[in-house]
Design a protein around this ligand. Structure first.
Ligand code: DC
Length: 223
């Protein structure tokens, strides 16, 4: 199976780009952030503090997460319920960042991710795919952009959806999430030594997609 690992900070356009490129390659796109989001949702719904590692760990045996694919769309099922869209709120984003720092949570999701990669040609996106989950991936990409550029994109997206938010507030949450994701002791967000760095700060979405596709194509093993 061919495994492409794409890591990078929140808002670098990873999911949009990885999804588009997976489609062009005919591979399955696996959004691993959605798995952490599903756990976060489960914890929030039960009123448990997402920073309480032992309480969160104790809930894991109750959690059943499944990924299903309908066409090229990934759907996330939490204990049988389709939570694909409800895991996209700001509240769940912040909570996902918190639960993703818990070692037991990462262990819990490890096998599910590995299994997806062993059984399918995948473009898998996350924070530790090239470093921890798929250290032997065929191609590794570290996709990034400046915090300002990422906050600008996110702000535009929120305004277009009708949300009344200040740019400064979005920038603050981008910085906080970076800080949390990059400085946690377990599986922090960092570029794998053998990953190709792709900085999209100055690129449009179309240009980024071409750059990503070419970087993958040029580095896939020849068979
Ligand atoms: O990519 P995202 O914004 O949906 O990810 C949600 C959170 O999950 C993010 O704060 C970092 C964490 N995450 C992680 O630690 N490891 C991954 N492989 C994917 C996401």
């Amino acid at each position: 199976m061919i495994n492409v690992a794409i890591d990078g900070p929140a808002g670098a356009g990873k999911s949009t780009l990885a999804k588009a490129v997976a489609k062009r390659l005919g591979y399955i796109y696996v959004d691993t952030g959605a798995l952490y989001r599903a756990i976060a949702l489960f914890v929030i719904q039960r009123g448990v503090d997402v920073y309480n590692a032992s309480k969160v760990a104790a809930m894991l045996p109750m959690i059943d997460i499944e990924l299903k694919y309908v066409g090229d769309e990934q759907r996330v099922y939490l204990c049988g319920e389709n939570v694909t869209s409800v895991i996209r709120t700001q509240e769940v984003s912040a909570a996902a960042s918190a639960v993703s720092a818990i070692a037991k949570v990462r262990e819990f999701l490890f096998d599910l991710q590995l299994e997806m990669a062993q059984n399918n040609n995948v473009v898998m996106d996350g924070r530790d795919i090239g470093t921890v989950v798929l250290p032997n991936a065929d191609v590794k990409i570290f996709l990034t952009a400046s915090a300002e550029a990422r906050a600008r994109r996110r702000h535009k997206e929120l305004v277009e959806k009708g949300h009344d938010v200040e740019f400064e507030a979005v920038l603050k949450s981008v910085n906080e999430r970076d800080e949390q994701d990059m400085n946690r002791p377990i599986a922090p967000l960092k570029q794998a030594k053998d990953a190709i760095l792709l900085d999209t700060t100055e690129l449009s979405l179309e240009e980024s997609e071409i750059a990503l596709y070419n970087a993958i194509k040029d580095n896939l093993p020849r068979r």
